[in-house]
Design a protein around this ligand. Sequence first.
Ligand code: SAH
Length: 365
Amino acid sequence: MEKRDILSCSLQELESYFTQNGHPKFRAKQVFRWLHVDRVRDFEKMTNLSAQLRAQLDENFYITSLKIKKRLVSDLDNTVKYLYGLSDGEYIESVLMHYHYGNSLCISTQVGCKMGCRFCASTIAGYVRNLRPSEILEQIYMAEQDSGQAVSTVVLMGIGEPLDNFDHVLRFLDLLSSPEGHQMSLRHVTISTCGLVDKIYELAEKKLGITLTVSLHAPNDEIRSASMPVNRKWNIDQVLAACKYYAEKTGRRVSFEYALIRNVNDKEEHARQLLTRLKGMLCHVNLIPVNEVAERKSLYRTAPQANVRRFQEILQSGGINTTVRRTLGADINAACGQLRREEAGRERGCMLDENCGNHGYRIVT
Ligand code: SAH
C-alpha cells in the first residue's frame, strides 16, 4: 500500500482513519496538533502515542518536509529568500518580508507554471507539477521555524498559478486556518491569479474571506493577449465580470496587478483606457515597474519612473485607489538569477523563477 501524505490530511480524514482502524477519535486531534502546532516531522516524537501506534502511522503515512537549500538575506532590509528542495529533487522558493504590521510570506503553489506569461521567468522553464497541500503549507512552517518569527500574512504569488492547483490550494487554506492548527485568519491571505475565470466564480461561492488579486497588466485585449496567453481564453471583459461577481459575493474589494512595461502598456492613453474599464468598481490597483527578465530583456523593459507616476495620477484622479510598489531585498533579488542558474545547471528540471511574483517588493502609497 502506498503511504499517504499525512500533512495534507484534514482533521476529518485523520478522524476517519483512526476510527476505521479501531482507535479513539481523539487520537486524530493529537496527531494533527503534533504536525501543525508542535511541527514534529517524525512519528517517534509523538510521545503521547503508544510505540505500536507510532509504528502503524509510520507504515501508513509519510510526513512532508522541505529542505532549505539556500537562504538569501538582504543587507538592505532583511528580506529573506528561501530556496526549498522538495523530496523529488525539484525546487521552489518563498520570500519572507518584514513590515511594520508583521511578517509576510510569498509562497509557491506549483513547480513551474503552464500559463506562459511572456514577461514572467517561470514561463521559460515550463511546468513540472502541482504542489501538494503539505508542500504549500510547509513553506510557512519552515520560514517560521528558520526565522524564529511568526508569519502573519501569506500571499500566493510565488511560482505557479494557484487557481490551476485549485483543490490543493483549497485544502491548504483549510489546514492553515484550522482551529486545531495554525489558526490563521483567511483575511490575512491573498491569492494572485492570471485570470482563470471559471475558478474565480468557484472561489467566490466559497466566501473564504481571502483577498483576490488579478494580474491584469494591460488596458485592452490586444496588449494583454500579446503577453498573456490566458487572455485568449478569457478576455478582459470576462475577467472583470468575474471580479465584480467576486466583490459582490464576498464584499471584498479585488486588487489588480499592473506591471508597467516600457512602450508596451505605460502610456497615458493606456492609463485612461484602464480607468474607463475600472471606473465605479470596488477595486485597488498595484502598479509594478516590471522586473526585467534576462531572456526577455529586448521585449520587456522597465517603464520610466515618470510614466509610473503619471499612470498613478491618472488612475487616482479617476477615483481608483492606486499604489506603486518599490523594491525590497533588491540586493538578493539580483543574486537570485545566479541561484537559479547554479541549481538548474546542477540538477534536472529546476523551475526557480528569478523575477516572477512579488518577490522583493512591498506596497507603498
Ligand atoms: N500566477 C499568478 C501568481 C504568480 S505570479 C498570477 O499570475 O497572478 C505573481 C505576480 O507577479 C503576477 O502578478 C505576475 O504577473 C507578476 N510577474 C511575473 N513576472 C513579472 C515580472 N517580470 N515583473 C513584474 N511582475 C511580474
